[in-house]
Structures are given as C-alpha cells and as structure tokens.
Design a protein around this ligand. Structure first.
Ligand code: NI
Length: 179
C-alpha cells in the first residue's frame, strides 16, 4: 500500500464522470482502497475519491476518526467506504459551510450543500450501506461524491468573497500544510 500522488485542480481527469464498480471483493478493489487509505492518511485528509488518484471509479472514503487536525471543531464521523453512491436530499434546505480539498491545496471556500441527506451505496464486499446524515457528515459525503461527477467544490461557490487561503482565513488552525 502506497500513498499516491493526488491530482490537483486543472487536471482534466478530475472532471470526468466516474464509472460504476461492477465487481466487489476483488484484489484490485481491495488494493485501490489500501492505496486510497494510505494516500488519505499521508495527507491527513478527511475524505478522498478514487478519481483524485487518477482511478476513474465510483469509490469514495471519508471519516475523521476521533480527531482530525484539519477540522478540529467538527464532530467525529465514522470512517466509511462508499461505492456506487446515490445521494437523496431529505429536504430542500441548504446551508453554507467551509470546505477544503486535497486537490485544491492551500485554499478553503464556503460552499452551499443540502443540510440533510439520505445516502446509499456499497462497501468493498458489496454489502449495502444506507445512512442518513446532516451537517458536517452530510457535507463530507456530498463533497466526496461530487468528485465522482467531475465537480470540485470551487465550482459550487456562490460568494467568492468567502474563498481564500487557509492560512489567511484560519491563522490559528494547527495544520494547514496540506490543505
Ligand atoms: Ni475533495
């Protein structure tokens, strides 16, 4: 398992619609997840989508575990692998919140997202996952799944006065190196 290079905004591979995974529990899929895990850990990310390491498949992982220095104020989200995801908003309500992305290093922006969602998909063994989420958890799922449709968070920003360098916006944040 190796930490892979994370593609950065401007790379056309981040703008593709990813393909569905058709076979579960294969060595290739397990290896992809190991690579994604190593890459995310190395970058101290809270989420990663396969297209970010150049693999055009509908695979995302997200979750903070107990504590993440990049988002110290947010409630923990269980580490989750989600394949072929489908997101359904539970209401039309949206809210704005700060996001960063490992493919857009050094920046953060305020992005409108659905407040509460239902999502479903599969884990790496093909077991159905169904969940309801709100707030930061819902935002994280929407952000990661957007990578599968070729959308990066700056493409959703409405107010560009709320977009800037992490170190300027959040000078007290302990770790802004990779963000
Ligand atoms: Ni991202």
């Amino acid at each position: 398992m190796t930490a892979k290079e994370i593609l950065k905004m401007g790379d056309p591979r981040l703008l593709r619609v990813a393909q569905m995974v058709e076979e579960f529990d294969t060595p290739e899929l397990h290896n992809l997840l190991k690579d994604m895990q190593a890459t995310m850990k190395h970058a101290q990310g809270v989420g990663l989508a396969a297209p970010q390491i150049g693999v055009n498949l509908q695979v995302v992982m997200f979750g903070t575990g107990e504590h993440n220095p990049r988002y110290p104020d947010e409630a923990p989200v269980a580490k989750t692998v989600l394949i072929n995801p489908v997101i359904t908003p539970l209401s039309e309500d949206t809210e704005e919140g700060w996001e960063g992305c490992l493919s857009v290093p050094g920046l953060r922006g305020k992005v409108p997202r659905w407040k509460s969602i239902h999502y479903k998909g599969y884990d790496e063994r093909g077991v159905l996952i169904e969940c309801e989420a709100k707030g930061f958890h819902a935002r994280m799922v929407q952000h990661e799944c957007d990578h599968l449709w070729g959308i990066l968070y700056p493409m959703r920003i409405k107010d560009f006065t709320q977009f800037g360098y992490t170190q300027v916006l959040f000078p007290d944040l302990s770790d802004t190196s990779e963000d």
